[in-house]
Design a protein around this ligand. Structure first.
Ligand code: NAD
Ligand code: MG
Length: 393
């Protein structure tokens, strides 16, 4: 029986993970649920899963949740990150689904890594901010990082089993691997005339053709920043150099990514665009379990298309690739700036194309900065947010 904590339990990934868990009551016990402020949604989860601990990190929301809990006096309601981290480090938790959105996921995810837990990593932003540090901590604590992001999960499934231990420390060339092909749908604006992009609305941007996801990653998919963040995520998870990662646009999202070998072979993982598949893979790894997702019916699939990304249409993608080669400071700045700019776009304070323009300006403003440890990463994150807000205003 694995004792599971879900960080971001009320979100799209959190709810998909709980859906898979519900199908296997003999294998998983939910012990900790964490979210920000969705009181009603969290109370429904409490009724269904009755975890020992539940946390809302917005203190007002936590105190509202407490007032609902008269039927569950044995359940602890937590309202601070420190208390959450204490539970994550305790024997109450074996496995952590890291699915808080954005930089807010970094501290709890990292403390679970430091405690040597099994980490099902969806929160790509934590790896974008601290890639090297994060992987080093996992190495020292012996934490197992299992990639939930569908592309990285696909790559992981295509890698030789011998490479799974010490993930991120091998040179994959030693396993006969030439490169990974990170596929991306191109989002809702793939065919859109660039001249009309500035005026797209948040609801158009969040209307992804293939996937149903939270608002931040949906906007990131529309700007293709998501693929850029995933490029950085892949660099750290699998210890890849720039020449070992290619990005391929594949509008149907049937192939979730591929690995190419020196002998000319390409291995791919295919499936429905449903995050329960990679979540089930990680939850039951190295075994397989029912995810509630049907296998593909190839007779009804139609054609699959592939082409190179257009950096003019998606300037954020280029910013992320360049930030990845510039290093941890640049990826921290870009992540922070993008998070603020995406929220401003969702709040209808800036236009769609302003997101990339603001990200570029913030990177330029903070060029030559360094971020070598967690403290400097967090400082730089904060500074980049202040500067981004001034651009937004
Ligand atoms: P979402 O917006 O649906 O859910 C976010 C969750 O994080 C919610 O439970 C929310 O309460 C919680 N949260 C937000 N701020 C918080 C804070 N300050 N403290 C504590 N909890 C907080 O997002 P999502 O689509 O589920 O994405 C979650 C993460 O998974 C993101 O990093 C995203 O990039 C990644 N991811 C998502 C998908 C997907 O299909 N949705 C796919 C791959 C990766
Ligand atoms: Mg993805």
């Amino acid at each position: 029986m694995q004792k599971v904590a879900i960080l971001g339990a009320t979100g799209s990934i959190g709810r998909s993970a709980l859906d898979v868990i519900t199908r296997h009551p003999q294998d998983f016990k939910v012990t900790l649920l964490v979210a920000n402020k969705s009181v009603e949604c969290m109370y429904e989860l409490v009724q269904k899963f009755q975890p020992r601990y539940v946390a809302l990190l917005d203190p007002l929301a936590a105190s509202r949740l407490r007032s609902y809990m008269s039927l569950y006096p044995h359940i602890h309601v937590l309202d601070t990150l420190d208390l959450v981290c204490q539970v994550l480090k305790s024997d109450e938790v074996d496995t952590v689904v890291a699915a808080i959105v954005g930089a807010a996921g970094l501290k709890p995810t990292l403390s679970a890594v430091q405690a040597g837990k099994r980490i099902l990593l969806a929160n790509k932003e934590s790896l974008v901010m601290t890639g090297r540090l994060f992987m080093q901590e996992a190495y020292h604590s012996n934490a197992q990082i299992l990639p939930v992001d569908s592309e990285h999960n696909a790559i992981f499934q295509c890698l030789p089993l011998e490479s799974h231990a010490d993930l991120g420390r091998h040179d994959l060339a030693d396993f006969g691997i030439e490169r990974v092909l990170l596929t991306g749908s191109g989002g809702p604006f793939l065919k859109r005339d660039p001249a009309s992009m500035q005026l797209v609305t948040p609801s158009e941007a969040c209307n992804h053709p293939n996937w149903s996801m939270g608002p931040k990653i949906s906007v990131d998919s529309a700007t293709m920043m998501n693929k850029g963040l995933e490029y950085i995520e892949a660099r750290w998870l699998f210890n890849l150099s720039a020449s070992q990662i290619d990005i391929i646009v594949h509008p149907q999202s049937v192939i979730h990514s591929m690995v190419q070998f020196t002998d000319g072979s390409t291995l791919a993982q295919l499936g429905q665009a449903d995050m329960r598949t990679p979540l089930a893979h990680c939850l039951s790894y190295p075994k397989r379990c029912q995810a509630g997702v049907e296998a593909l019916d190839f007779t009804r699939l139609g054609s699959l298309n592939f082409f190179a990304p257009d950096f003019n249409q998606f300037p954020n993608l280029k910013l992320a690739i360049d930030a990845c080669s510039a290093g941890q400071a640049a990826t921290t700045i870009l992540n922070a700036s993008n998070e603020e700019a995406v929220q401003a776009f969702l709040d209808e304070r800036i236009g769609f194309l302003d997101i990339a323009a603001i990200n570029q300006s913030c990177l330029d403003r903070l060029a030559k900065r360094e971020a070598v440890d967690l403290e400097s990463v967090l400082e730089l994150d904060e500074e980049a947010r202040v500067i981004t807000q001034s651009f937004i205003n």
